[in-house]
Design a protein around this ligand. Structure first.
Ligand code: ADP
Ligand code: MG
Length: 255
């Protein structure tokens, strides 16, 4: 379903991701504390919170880049367990965009986009190329398809990383501070790309400090601190009258 779904009907939308009492420890340090979160199909969620609060860990658990130790994580009806079939199935549904792009430097832009479709989805090169060009057009960088990542600006590389994720036709996209490593003049082009995805109805979970983006596209803002979700709120209220004292303190520092 798309973003045009009337707000009153949101609760009947299908659940894309659910975290139920999820906890995780690094050694004796508890990094996630009984995290509960439901993300519905087509929802755009921004995750905010101080550095070290567990934001990256939480979203990395959603595609098993990190493993939770208690609770349940279900993505598109598949529970993440140590069963590799489930992990593979979830990873096919979940695209991820990282702060540092993580493109393969020795592959062209086109090859970066077709690698997983060819090897994981067993697409023919011809089909994978066609899909890659479709998404490179979408992020407005198809004219650079035969260059290598090092020949592109940071903003262009991040748009390629978004196209690469889209080539797997994920049901959900996770973003971990996608603009934090960019020079200021490149932030806008990446945010504009993300806004267009949101307008297309993509289910998105974005860790970002870009509060303008949160106001523009988020259905909900999740505020995390010390491994806990302390507040879930609609952006207007989160920014104008945050309920939690630590959210107020956080906002006073970044806005
Ligand atoms: P955020 O993304 O909100 O900045 P992270 O999820 O990266 O937070 O980290 C949360 C906490 O877990 C931090 O205190 C960090 O130092 C710690 N941490 C992250 N990764 C590891 C790891 N691999 N081993 C031990 N501690 C870690
Ligand atoms: Mg982080």
């Amino acid at each position: 379903m798309t973003s045009s779904t009337p707000a009153g009907n949101k609760d009947i939308r299908e659940v894309a991701i659910s975290l139920d009492q999820v906890s995780k420890w690094y050694g004796s340090f508890q990094v996630l504390q009984n995290v509960n979160l439901n993300v519905r199909v087509g929802e755009r969620i921004v995750i905010a919170g101080p550095s070290g609060s567990g934001k990256s860990t939480m979203i990395r658990c959603i595609n098993w880049l990190e493993q939770h130790q208690s609770g349940r994580i279900v993505v598109d009806g598949i529970e993440l367990t140590s069963n590799y079939r489930n992990v593979d199935a979830v990873r096919k549904e979940v695209g991820m965009v990282f702060q540092h792009f993580n493109l393969f430097p020795h592959l062209t832009i086109l090859e970066n986009c077709t690698l997983a479709p060819i090897w994981v989805k067993k697409q023919s090169k011809k089909d994978a190329d066609a899909v890659a060009f479709e998404f490179l057009e979408k992020v407005r960088i198809a004219d650079q398809a035969h260059k290598f990542p090092g020949q592109l600006s940071g903003g262009q590389q991040q748009r390629v990383a978004i196209a690469r994720a889209l080539c797997m036709r994920p049901k959900v996209l996770l973003f971990d501070e996608p603009t934090s490593a960019l020079d200021p003049e490149m932030v806008r082009e990446v945010l504009d790309t993300m806004v267009r995805l949101a307008e297309d109805g993509m289910t998105m979970l974005c860790v970002t400090h870009e509060m303008g983006f949160a106001r523009q596209v988020a259905d909900r803002v999740i505020f995390m601190d010390r491994g806990e979700i302390l507040e879930e709120n609609v952006p207007d209220e989160f920014f104008s009258k945050p309920r939690h004292e630590r959210a107020r303190a956080f906002l006073s520092q970044i806005i």
